[in-house]
Design a protein around this ligand. Sequence first.
Ligand code: PLP
Length: 367
Amino acid sequence: MKVPFFDLASQHALLREPLHKAFNEVAESARFIGGDPVKHFESQFASRLQRPVVGVANGTDALFIALKTLGIGPGDEVITPAWSWISSSETISLTGAKPVFVDVNQYFTLDLVDIARKVTPRTRAIVAVHLYGHLAEMEQLVALCKDHDLFLIEDCAQAHLSSEQGITAGCWGDMAAFSFYPTKNLGALGDAGMVVASTPERAQRARRWANHGGLSKDDHAIEGINSRLDTLQAAFLSVKLPHLDHWNAMRRQHAIQYQKGLNGVGDLTLPLERSGVHHTYHLFVIRTKQRDALQHFLADKEIETLVHYPKALPFEPAYETYGHVPAQFPVSFQLQHEVLSLPIYPELSDAQIDYVVEQIQRFFAQR
Ligand SMILES: *Cc1c(COP(=O)(O)O)cnc(C)c1O
């Protein structure tokens, strides 16, 4: 049995008609920048979050614009997790500020104890990443940011409609960023992203940043960039958004099936859910000391797995000048050698999950 890591083709086969219709409508309108499809998707997404939003070109731009909207720049330090995708730190550097890496906890999110060690008088903000679909400790982070007068920015690229105590990811901080990269829980058929703001004023400032400083064509109150949500992508996203709750529910169901089958197998550590968190399993990441051997074994059985991520950010060549050492980020350092992402997406069948579970059980039985 083949188990690919992603299977967007089957998702799109089910949505073939509405996606084609969306394409035809935009093509026939011959309006490819802005317009009703963008407004429509923004209003649909805003109503799910109950916060003002601004469609942008991708999730990385959304983070950059969120930071610029809050005035982050040269001389500032911004706290960000050592264990994440590089967008959550490179955008800090792009503003001219300094990314200050903090280690993560057993939930793969910011370690509050390490944050306390790294706050300085120059610290202006914290970028909290809700990695793999699980929220960072938002209640404590909100309190900590209030105490130290810091901005809180949420990276929700892997956490569409995840929540904690019923509060949706993106609604806890001062600003938030979403990505609709094709393989995210809500994905476009290309690049797309969204900025979420805590106030209409911040949303308006973000909109200026995304559109050459203007709210209309010849308005340049400030300098900005060109980062617009593509009209065609907005039309596709409006087709997909109504399915997101169901897709997330399917991911959660698959996670339960994996948990049942893999509990107590070998030396595996399975994903944890902190109490009160509604995890949406963008990724199902297991840990084992025999990661590489297990990955090869599964590849032989036509089960595709990936590593998110092979290297913690502080140890990437991009950050070499900071001279980070493993002892500063012990958890992230260890994760590099232990994490393995199993296939998880709504269209995965029970039989496929059973097959993955069986093969992992077989791998450890042989040892
Ligand atoms: C995907 C991702 C991003 C960036 O999104 P793009 O749309 O690819 O620019 C940012 N942060 C995290 C954690 C991501 O997984």
